[in-house]
Design a protein around this ligand. Structure first.
Ligand SMILES: [Zn+2]
Length: 294
């Protein structure tokens, strides 16, 4: 093995190599330091980004919470509003109900207080022809009274008596001609004993009905002896009907066939207390007007 000689040329080469090594190490160290600096910079940026992100997230969460709360507030406001609307509409319903209720429906009529000749019920409906004494002669009642009347006739049939309607709604002018007809058929004296003069007949209201018992030959004679009359006395109140002119009354003739719809509540009171419609004060009767069709 031979070593290179220590001549000037070789020494220069070695020295050159040493300088190159020192420079390259120095450069590497510089580079490393620079990279480290960059790295630190990146970490710093990352931390900043993270803190920005977390603060953004926190503010978003907060914002969501605030929005949720205001949504809840709005929803509860809406619920309150909705409740108010419901309350208002039910009050309006009540008012409409009262406004639609004809105040004449429960009025007492007499020879001094009677219906105007132009009075016509708000609504009238045809009574089922199978319930009529004369199928060919249509009869009408106040529309809301109709189901009560039909139910009553059906209930009577279940128990035996077949109730037939002879007469229901009559206009002021019908009443005039009916009275004239009765006078012709029965004579003035008899006609006066069972037919009200026009104007104060409850028939003009559309809520009064005259019945005929099918077991009787003549429409009204001896009606008070019929099973139909007994049945009506015991049961008509359940369907809102009351006898307008009972036996021995001081205001009109006894009319056992003539039943007026006054609503179940008032009819039940009259029945339970053995009272008569015309014996109550108008003020007492008026309390039952809002519930007449209940
Ligand atoms: Zn009558």
């Amino acid at each position: 093995m031979t070593f290179p000689e220590f001549n000037t040329k070789n020494i220069l080469i070695i020295f050159g190599l040493l300088i190159a090594i020192v420079l390259s190490v120095g450069y590497s160290i510089y580079n490393f330091w620079d990279l480290e600096k960059f790295n630190m910079y990146l970490i710093d940026q990352l931390v900043r980004i993270q803190s920005i992100t977390s603060s953004t997230t926190a503010s978003l969460v907060n914002e969501k919470k605030v929005l949720g709360q205001s949504l809840q507030t709005e929803q509860s406001k809406n619920m309150v509003f909705e409740g108010q609307i419901n309350q208002i509409s039910s009050t309006v319903d009540e008012l409409n109900k009262l406004r639609q209720l004809d105040p004449e429906l429960l009025k007492k009529y007499s020879k001094v207080y009677f219906l105007n000749e132009n009075y016509v019920p708000i609504e009238l409906s045809l009574i089922d022809p199978s319930y009529l004494f004369q199928r060919s002669k249509p009869e009408f009642v106040q529309t809301h009274v109709r189901p009560f009347l039909h139910n009553m006739i059906e209930a009577a049939k279940q128990d035996g008596p077949i109730l037939k309607v002879v007469s229901a709604y009559r206009s002021f002018y019908d009443q005039q001609s009916v009275k004239a007809g009765y006078k012709f058929t029965y004579g003035v004296g008899t006609a006066n004993s069972f037919s009200a003069d026009q104007g104060y007949s409850e028939h003009q209201l559309g809520t009064a009905v005259d019945f005929m018992a099918t077991d009787l030959k003549v429409a009204f004679v001896n009606f008070d002896k019929s099973p139909s009359y007994k049945w009506l006395n015991d049961n008509a109140y359940k369907f809102g009907f009351a006898l307008s002119y009972p036996k021995g009354n001081s205001y009109y003739k006894f009319e056992p066939w003539h039943w007026r719809f006054v609503g179940v509540r008032l009819a039940a009171r009259l029945h339970d207390n053995q009272e008569h419609f015309y014996d109550l004060t108008q003020r007492e009767i008026d309390n039952y007007l809002p519930v007449i069709f209940d």
